[in-house]
Design a protein around this ligand. Structure first.
Ligand code: ADP
Ligand code: MG
Length: 323
């Protein structure tokens, strides 16, 4: 199978959204039709074998995840997905990999009503680079820089399971039966919170998606906004599986886990009902986990308001140790 046959067989479909895609795969450029007056939101994420995924991941889940992590960035901006491109480096043109990979990719694309409109294909060590394009009305994108002292800090879904799966694969944690599959699914098949991001337009003051671990990602919001935060680690939402692990491992997975692809956002106290309505409308559970404060820095406390022991106070350790 040559390069062009590979593209034709696995990655060329007639556009589903003719209203948005005037020309898809096959020419030198794709031609897109964003809604008049909207801003184009663009984001790229690259996945490398060994660094961003393990060789054990089923190809179908890899196709899903490669697009999911990109859609998660659009979600964090409150942008509506339009289309995406796919750059692929492949060790060999192997249909037993490509067919399920494309299936996982297109299932998620169809779920969000977006077309694959182009890309590039080359031989090389397995690497997947997707660029997503979205649209958002001017002034309505959710940014990292909008958090203000007094705002509340929220997160969607449950955190830490992807890191727990990684630790299981590394042999540090033993998960049995169902447990491994639950954690593994979180790691390999994240659901991007696109609907929630859209619902939070005009409600959230700042947002980010959790890809590198909550402590670090919240740190980006705090830095961009010029504020600090107090975080109640006992309020961090976690699965029953993670809640059954030793406390230190839980905190490590929750705060420094990475690969969560949940949204972290801030909103004024007065918008609490609107936040809850956005979560309910999007069908995503939300947890209120902390407060933005004027004093810079991240302060971790437990449910009684006690500061966490020194070893948990400085989460740079985990930031360094991420992968
Ligand atoms: P060019 O040489 O003009 O860059 P290519 O020969 O690389 O074009 O690609 C031919 C067409 O196939 C282009 O429309 C390109 O966008 C598309 N394409 C290439 N690789 C992929 C891929 N992995 N997924 C989707 N479309 C692709
Ligand atoms: Mg090319």
């Amino acid at each position: 199978m040559g390069e062009f046959e590979l593209i034709a067989r696995h990655f060329t479909r007639s556009p589903r959204r003719r209203d948005r895609v005037a020309l898809g795969v096959g020419d030198d450029c794709a031609l897109l039709v964003p809604a008049p007056g909207q801003q184009l939101a663009v984001s790229t994420d690259m996945l490398l074998e060994g660094r961003h995924f393990l060789s054990t991941v089923p190809p179908e889940r890899l196709g899903h995840k490669a697009l999911a992590v990109n859609l998660s960035d659009l979600a964090a901006c409150g942008a509506e997905p339009l289309a995406f491109t796919l750059a692929l480096a492949l060790p060999r043109a192997d249909a037993s990999f490509l067919a399920p990979f494309a299936q996982g990719l297109f299932e998620l694309a169809d779920a969000h009503g977006i077309d694959l409109v182009g890309g590039d294909t080359t031989a090389g060590p397995l690497a997947i680079c997707i660029t997503v394009l979205g649209q958002v009305p001017p002034g309505q994108a959710l940014l990292r820089s909008g958090a203000r002292a007094g705002d509340e800090v929220w997160v969607s879904g449950a955190l830490g399971d992807a890191r727990l799966a990684l630790e299981a694969f590394r042999g540090r944690v033993a998960l049995e039966g169902d447990g491994l599959e639950v954690a593994r699914r979180a790691m390999e098949r994240p659901e991007p919170r696109v609907g929630l991001g859209l619902a939070l337009r005009g409600v959230a003051s700042a947002a980010i998606d959790l890809s590198d671990g909550l402590a670090g990602d919240l740190g980006h919001v705090l830095a961009a906004s010029g504020v600090g935060a107090r975080l109640d680690v006992d309020a961090l939402p976690r699965s029953v599986l993670l809640a059954g692990q030793p406390r230190e491992l839980q905190l490590e997975c929750l705060l420094a886990g990475g690969d969560d692809y949940e949204l972290l956002f801030t909103a004024p106290v007065a918008r609490r009902q609107a936040v809850l309505a956005a979560g309910a409308g999007a069908g995503v559970p939300l947890a209120r986990v902390g407060t933005i404060e004027a004093e810079p820095g991240l302060r971790l406390v437990d449910r009684d308001g006690q500061a966490l022991a020194a070893r948990f106070a400085g989460f740079d350790h985990f930031a360094e140790d991420r992968r």
